[in-house]
Design a protein around this ligand. Sequence first.
Ligand code: ZN
Length: 176
Amino acid sequence: MASLEIAKLGNPVLRKKAEPVPQGEIDTPAFQQFIDDMFETMVEAEGIGLAAPQVSRSQQVVVMDLPGEGGFPKTVLINPKIVFYGPQQVDNWEGCLSVDGLRGKVTRPSMVRVQGLDRYGAPVDFEATGLFGVCIQHELDHLIGKVFLDRMTEFSSLTQLEEFDRFWKQEDAAVI
Ligand code: ZN
C-alpha cells in the first residue's frame, strides 16, 4: 500500500467533473490497489471520506469509513448517484482534506438514497442519514467539481481550525 498526495484547493483537478469507471476496470489488481491506497491516505490524513479527484484521479470513486459508535461502515462507492433527497435540511460542520485549516457549517438534506457499485462492481442501493448522509453528499460533490465552500449559503460560520478547537469543538465536524 502507498499513501497518495492530496490535491488542495486551487488544484484544477478538484474542479473537474470526474469520469465514470468502466465496469471492466473495477476488478483489475491496479484498481483494487488504488482503492486500498485511498483508504490508507484517508486514514493517515484523519479523514472519514476521500474522493478520487482529491488524489488527482478524475474518476467516480469515493471511500468512507468511520469506525465506532455513531460511525458508519467502511464503504466504497463507484459511479454513485443520489436518487432521492429527504425533505428535511440539517446544518453540520464540515471540513475537507483538500481545504486546510477551515471549518464551516453547511446545510444539506438530512437523508439521501444512493445507488452505485461497490468495490467489486456489485450494485448497491441504500439510504443514509446523519454523518453518513453528510459524508456521502460531500464526497459526491467532489465528483462534480464542488467543495463544501460552494455549498455554504452564508459564511458567518467559516472558522479557522484553531478557533474551531477553541470555541466549537463540542460540535462534531465531518472532515472529508
Ligand atoms: Zn472534501
